[in-house]
Design a protein around this ligand. Sequence first.
Ligand code: MN
Length: 202
Amino acid sequence: MAFTLPDLPYAFDALEPHIDARTMEIHHGKHHNGYTNNLNNAIAGTPLENETIENILKGVSQHGPGVRNNGGGYYNHCLFWEVMSPDGGGEPSGDLAAAIDEKFGSFDDFKDAFSRAGATQFGSGWAWLLVDKSGQLAVTNTPNQDNPVMDVTNVQGTPILGMDVWEHAYYLNYQNRRADYIAAFFNVVNWQEVARRFAAAK
Ligand code: MN
């Protein structure tokens, strides 16, 4: 069974002015679509066709770079669209807010750690907030399309928030100013969705 490109849960221009419509259109329709098609080509005729994307990524060390890069690209962007919203921004509440305060000291301290993870990822990659194997929140970054689900990653667990820091995610609007894009990203974070994923991952 082939993987399919999910529809964006909002219009291309819904995240403006923080993320521009043209970037969203190319990012979803070209980049994510490309990862999806290339993943399907990479697993065609193999037993991986019958696996969930999570199971494929958990054992990704056993597969070639086509599965790692495109499987990661498929999964990461599916998550990315959902953890953003035109109604996003602000701060989390409830259990997630308490867990962030306990782990990082405060929401602002978390924001600093997550922003630093994105800013210091050399070249292309992602910043993550995840629930690690011990059930604790953690912040990490990964190169290329790697993610914390993969068995090749230093900090493994269930990602609940991901931020794409590939240039294709921000270059049209922000050029080389990755820090400005990262600051703007916090205006569109869908904390309700992140909280839902936190509750499911614990
Ligand atoms: Mn991307």
